[in-house]
Design a protein around this ligand. Structure first.
Ligand SMILES: *Cc1c(COP(=O)(O)O)cnc(C)c1O
Length: 457
């Protein structure tokens, strides 16, 4: 007799992970090293000290330590909003009339509304421990800025957030949340940095870009004593912190005597997906488990499905180290009418390597299809999903519909990364029919590829 699986399943506090899992330790081949843009030589840990605090620089380069202790103070804060529930989507299954079992891990139960808090806490903690006196970052849609504001307020470390000007103006409530946590929120480009003043002089009316906000944040960090710059996705250290998602999900499924046949997640820079799949990818690599991993990305910013696997800069300003990854080129700017999130030109080097080696798959969807999935999901599961997360919903629905055709009773697990309450402008555009599906042409993409650095390795 199989036992009745509850709608929502929570681990107890003492079942929560006490260590993060570093997937690199089990990868047969490592991702290619980060390169110093000036010398084109592989970076050493010390080279990262001016940018990241030491412990995080160490985590970034550490491809050997399989399990890394989560410091007590971080575990304490995780307990305020974790474990996150593993939810059995009974209603969605019924709606789709599928024999598949659908589970999702919901990361939206905190003020930041997304999984980003899992890494923000770790980054703020290590900065505080090293005695740094302030942090700086950029935010586009605003989730990362919100998460980091919360974490910095908790550990008592001042934060400056450069927020892309058009978001600053369109999402005043995001700014107000960050201010509640005492962050200094500056619309970018601004007159507070040399690079910001230069950009403003050249384009007085500009509404800013992520690349420009990164350049301002990096300048602030490198010109301010005791200040460092932090990033909310893409990096190895961020995927490491996000492994709590996958570790909790795997323990919960084991307790329910379940195991996924397919794991689906949305991919912007790859942090939630990398965290969710980490322990399952381990099983695939080490134990030869027959499990499929599917990344879902927007058709308007298709890094995996149409990008090139090449060395590229991580930012538009070309000041950061270079990473080998699936990229559309650091100059690629996704269409302005693409709603919220998943707009990054590149992809986590770890996930890029796994995809390149055939260990995972990727699909892309147009945004109106994604919002149709979001609407259906909200109606039956009563959670209003973030547009980013809705890509994973759409991917999971399509997997479940395939099972309906074949009659297979597969178990699907997907990552529901957050809620969409600050994205109602996009929802409105979807409801009133003004949302546009933009897919870049091959010529559009070629412009980005033409500007890739020419590196022969
Ligand atoms: C930032 C964000 C993402 C995408 O980031 P990844 O690093 O690819 O995980 C997805 N969902 C939500 C809700 C986000 O805030």
């Amino acid at each position: 007799m199989s036992k009745k699986i509850p709608y929502r399943f929570y681990l107890s506090e003492d079942q929560m992970p006490k260590q993060w899992y570093n997937l690199r330790a089990d990868m047969k081949e490592q991702p290619d090293p980060l390169l110093n843009p000036a010398t084109l030589q592989p970076l050493k840990e010390e080279d990262l000290y001016p940018i990241f605090c030491k412990e995080l620089a160490h985590q970034e380069m550490d491809s050997e330590t399989r399990y890394i202790d989560i410091p007590e103070e971080i575990q304490e804060m995780y307990k305020i909003y974790r474990p996150s529930p593993l939810i059995r989507a009974y209603n969605l299954e019924k709606e789709l009339d599928t024999p598949a079992k659908i589970y999702y891990k919901f990361e939206g139960n905190n003020t930041s509304g997304s999984h980003k808090l899992n890494s923000a806490i770790a980054q703020a903690y290590y900065a505080k421990k090293q005695g740094l006196t302030s942090l700086t970052t950029e935010t586009g849609a605003g989730q990362w800025g919100t998460a980091l504001s919360e974490a910095c307020a908790y550990f008592g470390i001042p934060l400056t957030v450069y927020m892309v000007k058009c978001s600053y103006e369109q999402k005043p409530f995001r700014k107000a949340v960050m201010q509640t946590f005492d962050a200094d929120v500056i619309p970018s480009p601004s007159d507070t940095t040399v690079v910001g003043r230069k950009i403003l002089a050249e384009n007085p009316g500009t509404t800013g870009s992520l690349g420009c906000a990164i350049s301002e944040a990096v300048e602030k960090a490198t010109t301010t004593e005791g200040c460092r710059y932090v990033l909310g996705s893409v990096l190895n250290q961020v995927l490491l912190h996000q492994s709590v998602i996958g570790l909790e999900a795997k323990t919960a499924m084991e307790l329910l005597e379940e195991y996924p046949d397919v794991v689906v997640g949305c991919a912007g820079g790859g942090s939630n997906l990398g965290g969710l799949i980490a322990p399952f990818m381990r099983d695939k690599i080490v134990d030869n488990k027959n499990i499929r991993i599917v990344a879902v990305e927007p058709a308007s910013c298709p890094s995996f499905t149409r990008g090139k696997y090449a060395y590229d800069f991580c930012d538009t300003g070309m000041v950061t180290p270079m990473a080998k990854m699936y990229t559309l080129g650091s100059g690629f700017i996704p269409s302005a009418n693409h709603a919220g999130g998943l707009r990054y030109h590149g992809m986590s080097p770890i996930l890029s390597k796994l995809y390149h080696d055939g260990l995972m798959e990727a699909v892309s969807y147009e945004q109106t299809k994604v919002f149709e999935a979001a609407k259906l999901f909200a109606r039956v599961e009563t959670i209003l999903p973030a547009p980013e997360s809705s890509h994973a919903i759409k991917g999971a629905i399509d997997e479940a519909l395939k099972c309906k055709e074949t009659g297979e009773e597969k178990t699907i697990l997907f990552g529901l990364t957050g809620t969409g309450y600050f994205d109602m402008t996009a929802y409105s555009a979807f409801h009133d029919g003004t949302m546009i599906d933009y897919i870049p042409t091959d010529e559009d993409l070629q412009k980005g590829f033409d500007k890739l650095p020419k590196i022969d390795r």
